[in-house]
Design a protein around this ligand. Structure first.
Ligand code: ACO
Ligand code: KMT
Ligand code: MN
Length: 532
């Protein structure tokens, strides 16, 4: 069924199943007796093997020790019986954080997560935060294990300067003993010495300080906003980078604002000059969210292919969501070779926001191994929901129920056909494991009852409540349940009990609230909460 090969410090198990394209793998501990073996991070399972006639076969790459004597690995192929992510992903005993080298990644598939919730996210209209809130979010971002957090614009005000400095002094020095993890603390600056000095004075206390110097590169921005020529903009960017280095910054990123509307040849030129001046990373921002995924991916590919020295530094992507494709553009950038993603929690940011961290990270976790050549991040995805909730509460910017990954409806089912599928096997309609994103569910399994629900779900819920019904009785209850949904949007446990116990009369107790707040319009789903 499978073959095992060993190379260097890694073991590859290739599964030779021609019969099924769905995989559920149980491995005995005897396979994994070698000390020093754990799954590669991010996507525990790396699928690589390809059959001659195009079928994908999974292989599992193991490189360090497991803390379990036996392993149950659930992995998904393009068609899977298991959620694509799994709460029982293999966990290492102690996983050391890779050494941080600003311009270099520990391996070619590592994607660095640069969170900008506290800078671009805070720029969301109505999203301003107090200094203590920013500090608390920074601590939570560290729990989430973001590689880099961009925490503010020190040159913009005294208060912002102090806030960034406090985060640098605290969160920027809290090294996790077990893993060695400590976040990079980044500050943004315009291409102005005053901003760059303020950035240095604020973040220099962090173990790993970083600056993002931005400059506009599109004709529109250069002409109307900066009122500068191309040559002047190049000189401004290069001299700013040199100035930042002269102050003590080792990690300097140049951000090309409005890169998505910039001339490609000009971008190559300015990026090349930035690299010569000592930049360790560059980004090309789709500042106005105008690019389409193919277009943005193509831009990244072009710049990676045509900029001298680009492969010696980190290429970062920064996408806005004006046309609803920020996540897709970010992923297209990664597929084109970018290895840092600039994202915000819940996707908050200017106008329609930035690429949401949770979407990009879960897309890579869920599909990185299958369709993106094994890219992965080291985000602790179980902290996603807690982080999302904190950001919602502090900014007052609440996500819609159907927001991917963190919306209240993500693991909830109201329609009969779906409920029936979920009750038979969750993977029929869920691709993620709720626990993987920090969601715990109550015993009613994310099933809510309403107008579109079916008999299976009603019967199942009644059984949970202690009522075992024969088909005739169920049909009767179901018919009255349907009647009730004409008057109530959400049918509660109390309603169900009353339907069973009240005979033909629908009690006034049931209809209480029929016109009330709780049953009109959207009703938040109560059975989901986050695990911190
Ligand atoms: C695309 C982005 O998200 S970039 C981040 C933007 N974030 C913010 O703006 C939040 C914080 N901003 C602020 O507090 C203020 O805007 C400040 C303190 C930075 C500047 O305030 P003010 O001095 O009053 O200037 P104001 O904001 O009105 O105008 C911006 C100035 O910066 C200049 N500027 C804009 N981008 C750049 C750049 N990349 N490099 C150099 N100068 C720039 C503009 O041309 C304009 O300069 P001008 O006065 O010579 O015309
Ligand atoms: C170029 S990255 C920094 C500025 C920014 O947030 C943007 O351009 O969208
Ligand atoms: Mn932005």
């Amino acid at each position: 069924m499978f073959s095992i090969s060993s190379q260097n410090n890694s073991l590859t198990i290739s599964f030779l199943s021609f019969f099924s394209r769905t995989y559920s793998i149980v491995m005995a501990s005897s396979l994994l007796t070698s000390p020093g073996m754990i799954p590669t991070t991010g996507s525990a399972v790396v699928l690589r093997s390809v059959l001659p006639f195009g079928f994908s076969l999974p292989s599992l790459r193991l490189t360090r020790p497991y803390n379990k004597s036996s392993l149950f690995i659930s992995c998904c192929s393009p068609v899977s019986e298991k959620p694509a992510t799994s709460a029982i992903d293999l966990k290492p005993v102690v996983e050391r954080w890779p050494e941080y080298i600003p311009h270099k990644l520990p391996d070619k598939n590592y994607v660095r997560v640069f969170d900008t919730t506290l800078r671009d996210g805070e720029q969301a209209p109505g999203g301003a935060l107090t200094p203590p809130q920013k500090l608390e979010i920074a601590r939570q971002l560290a729990k989430l294990r973001v590689d880099v957090m961009e925490v503010g614009f020190p040159g913009s005000s005294e208060e912002e300067f102090e806030t960034v400095r406090t985060i640098a002094k605290t969160v920027g020095n809290e090294v996790d003993e077990e893993t060695g993890y400590v976040p990079v603390i980044c500050a943004i600056a315009r291409s102005k010495e005053r901003d760059i000095e303020a950035a240095w004075e604020a973040v220099k206390y962090a173990k790993r300080p970083k600056i993002l110097i931005f400059t506009s590169t599109s004709d529109i921005h250069m002409k109307y906003k900066l009122k500068k020529t191309k040559e002047e903009v190049i000189e401004m960017a290069a001299s700013s980078i040199r100035f930042a280095k002269s102050l003590g910054f080792i990690d300097v990123q140049l951000g090309c604002e409005d890169g998505g509307r910039s001339e490609k040849e000009f971008l190559c030129k300015i990026l090349g000059e930035a690299i010569k001046a000592g930049a360790t990373a560059v980004n090309v921002a789709d500042t106005v969210g105008i690019n389409m995924p193919e277009e943005y991916g193509e831009l990244v590919r072009y710049l990676k292919a045509n900029t001298p020295g680009i492969d010696d530094i980190l290429f970062s992507v920064h996408c806005h969501n004006d046309l609803g494709v920020a996540t897709a553009n970010t992923i297209a950038g990664v597929c084109a070779g970018a290895r840092q993603v600039e994202v915000t929690v819940n996707g908050i940011g200017e106008r329609s926001g930035n690429a949401p961290l949770e979407e990009v990270v879960m897309a890579l976790k869920c599909r990185g191994a299958y369709v993106m050549d094994g890219v992965y991040t080291r985000i602790d995805t179980r902290q996603i929901m807690a982080t999302s909730k904190m950001v919602q509460e502090y900014t007052g910017l609440y996500v819609q129920p159907h927001k991917p990954i963190v919306g209240a409806n993500c693991f909830v089912h109201e329609s009969g056909v779906h409920q029936d599928g979920i009750l038979k096997n969750r993977s029929t309609y869920e691709i993620l494991s709720p626990e993987d994103v920090g969601v715990v569910k109550s015993q009613n399994s994310g099933i809510v009852l309403g107008k579109l629900s079916g008999r299976h779900a009603v019967k199942d819920r009644l059984k949970e409540l202690g009522y075992e019904l024969d088909d005739e009785k169920l049909n009767d209850i179901f018919s009255r349940f349907r009647d009730l949904t004409k008057q109530k949007k959400r049918i509660t446990d109390a309603d169900l009990k009353a339907l069973v116990t009240c005979g033909d009369e629908i009690s006034s107790e049931i209809l209480n609230g029929a016109n009330g707040k709780e049953t009109s319009g959207y009703v938040p789903v109560p059975q989901i909460s986050s695990v911190v």
